[in-house]
Design a protein around this ligand. Structure first.
Ligand SMILES: [Zn+2]
Length: 629
């Protein structure tokens, strides 16, 4: 393909400093126009979601010294940045948001600092004067109530109901709310930490972890492999550890440890399967911590220690694809990282593809096909909900929060794009390409255009494979060559649902050997015109309103809201008050809103909101048009 270059200079003109004159930061991007008229950003791009000058002054290591003060719900202490002034800059600029900055040392000597204007999206830039030979900058600070990364969990909402608990969520741009840092995925750092906690609690991080409490409540951590700072993570609570095998294990509260050990018994095997696909696991241990239900995501791929929701503890290991997903991130995302949040699909599309390959190796093709079809259903739903511009894999966030892009476009369209290339090139060739991709880009960041160049050079051109890469990446909708997945398990579910028909033939439904996936397909495929009576007949036989499986419960509640089946109402409220996982909250509140039950949505939300992490409450505030006042 013929490509021509033009140079565009985009001046975002971020006027960031109020004191000592204003500092204009011009973001320059060299852009590339392809012959199909797509403007694509080249490797010189600067992440629009950081105010730091991370390309002028390069931080290589951070050391945290923090006390965890549960009484006042603050972290206090310092972060010591080891850095190099590669451009001869006069200042170093860090991202902060809602932090209380106390003092600064430059190479051990007290130094002045300036805080710029507060920006609702990006926070407050912290500017410190440096010379060209600077080695370290240490910042003393405290977090505040506005620390969006931190969830100080009410003890009543923990499994043990007695001890306090706190955890962080850095992705996407929340690390700056608990550490003054260059908060961009475009920079990789190593880190270490000394964390002090009450002696009855255990601290763990995305690093080398202790497995037992000590009397002093002092813990030291090392993460010696460079990671983007959204992967710095801390959790403190009444935690215990149980090994699964020599390389994997589970942290959680004692009340849940047995259930979790049972649920994750296959973890060691999964790591081996993943290595068999795309090369060695390079992070040492792979452990998982099961958090309280307010955790806003299914899982977060914090290296060496996946953070996970307790909603995947189904009692039958049926939701462990989430573990495969977070484990897969040890390659896609953690080893090879999107260089800006506009390239988020590189993290997630690869990970969903990899996750399904692990599941296929573990449990067979039929099982993986069911997951893929459910994923396709999620994709179609996302296409319905997102604007055309946001249906492209490569995002143009343009000063919107990166969370806006965390949709099934990145996850499922990204995965189906890779599946399409797998089908076009053959699995063997594609696997070898992916293995090399991870190997050659390990511990690096990459953007979409660099990936496309690599894909063309290493796979498509040498093998004379012609596919519509640009349509998939830069255009809306689902291209016509999207792979079609079939599942005989799901066909059987559809036949049973049809046989139930309008005569309500319950005996036609035989779910004895159904997994969670068949149940989801069953509920999602109920016709919209199903009557209350029909839902009641199904519910009284299969007790779906009482389901302890959060995936099934959520799908059932949504269907019930949309069909005005009000028998679920009390259980729906209990669910929404207890569970803070955004994936479940969004469709349920949306269904209430779209069914003209906004009053009921607000009534539940008033009770539930204090239990949610900022990530979830921020989304639901916007969805419902809620404001605290
Ligand atoms: Zn993911």
């Amino acid at each position: 393909m013929k490509q021509i270059y033009i140079l565009l200079v985009i001046s975002l003109g971020v006027s960031t400093f109020s004191c000592s004159g204003s500092v204009e930061r011009n973001v320059e991007t060299e852009e590339l126009v392809t012959d199909s008229s797509h403007v694509v950003t080249e490797a010189l791009v600067i992440d629009e979601h950081t105010l730091s000058n991370y390309k002028d002054v390069v931080v290589s290591h951070c050391h945290l010294s923090l006390d965890v003060d549960f009484e006042n719900e603050v972290l206090k202490g310092s972060v010591l940045h080891t850095l190099k002034n590669v451009s001869g800059a006069e200042v170093v600029i860090f991202d902060t948001k809602n932090l209380n900055i106390k003092s600064v040392l430059v190479d051990g000597t007290t130094a002045p600092f300036e805080l710029g204007n507060y920006d609702e999206l990006l926070g407050t830039p912290l500017q410190i004067t440096i010379n060209k030979d600077v080695n370290t900058v240490e910042i003393f600070y405290e977090t505040t109530e506005g620390a969006e990364a931190l969830d100080w969990v009410n003890p009543k909402l923990t499994a043990g109901k007695e001890n306090p608990y706190v955890f962080t969520q850095g992705q996407s741009i929340f690390t700056r709310t608990w550490v003054p840092i260059m908060d961009t995925p475009g920079l990789r750092i190593t880190y270490s930490a000394d964390i002090t906690v009450p002696p009855n609690l255990l601290a763990v991080m995305s690093a080398d972890n202790p497995t037992e409490k000590n009397d002093q409540g002092k813990y030291h951590f090392e993460m010696s492999q460079p990671v983007p700072c959204y992967l710095m993570a801390l959790a403190v609570g009444n935690l215990e550890f149980v090994p699964v095998d020599e390389r994997t294990g589970v942290y959680t509260e004692p009340e849940m440890i047995d259930a979790c050990a049972f649920e994750f018994a296959d973890m060691g095997e999964m790591v081996k399967k993943a290595e068999g696909l795309y090369g060695p696991y390079l992070w040492g241990r792979y452990d998982i911590i099961v958090l309280p239900p307010s955790f806003p995501f299914g899982g977060m791929e914090n290296p060496r220690l996946t953070f996970a929701t307790p909603t995947i503890i189904a009692g039958d290991r049926s939701l462990v694809s989430l573990v495969a997903h977070e484990l897969a991130h040890s390659w896609s995302g953690n080893l090879v990282t999107n260089s800006t949040w506009n390239d988020f699909w590189l993290n997630e599309g690869f990970t969903v593809y990899f996750e399904r390959r692990i599941m296929e190796d573990m449990y067979g093709k039929d099982y993986a096909d069911m997951l893929a079809i459910l994923g396709y259903q999620d994709l179609i739903r996302s296409i319905d909900e997102e604007s055309e511009a946001d249906q492209a894999l490569k995002l143009k966030l343009n000063r919107r929060h990166p969370d806006v892009g965390m949709t099934d476009i990145a996850y499922e369209k990204g995965c189906f794009f890779l599946k399409m290339i797998e089908e076009a090139s053959g699995r063997e060739l594609f696997d070898s390409f992916l293995k090399n991709y991870f190997l050659e880009h390990k511990f690096q960041t990459i953007n979409t255009e660099e990936f496309v160049n690599y894909l063309n050079a290493k796979l498509l051109v040498p093998n004379k494979i012609a596919v519509n890469v640009e349509e998939w990446i830069y255009e809306s909708g689902v291209p016509s060559n999207c792979p079609v997945i079939e599942s005989k398990n799901f066909t059987s579910v559809e036949e049973q649902l049809a046989a139930f028909g309008t005569e309500n033939n319950l005996d036609e439904i035989n779910p004895l050997d159904w997994s969670t996936h068949e149940w989801l397909h069953f509920i999602r495929n109920m016709p919209p015109e199903f009557s209350n009576k029909q839902l009641e007949i199904i519910d009284s036989r299969f007790q779906l309103t009482q389901s302890g499986n959060c995936e099934i419960a959520c799908a059932w509640f949504e269907k019930s809201i949309r069909c005005n089946y009000e028998a679920v109402d009390q259980n729906l409220e209990k669910f929404l008050v207890r569970v803070g996982r955004r994936k479940f909250l969004t469709p349920l509140y949306r269904a209430l809103k779209e069914s003209n039950r906004l009053d009921r949505a607000f009534e539940i939300y008033e009770k539930a909101r204090p239990n949610y992490h900022h990530v979830s409450s921020h989304t639901i505030d916007e969805l419902l048009g809620y404001s605290k006042s």
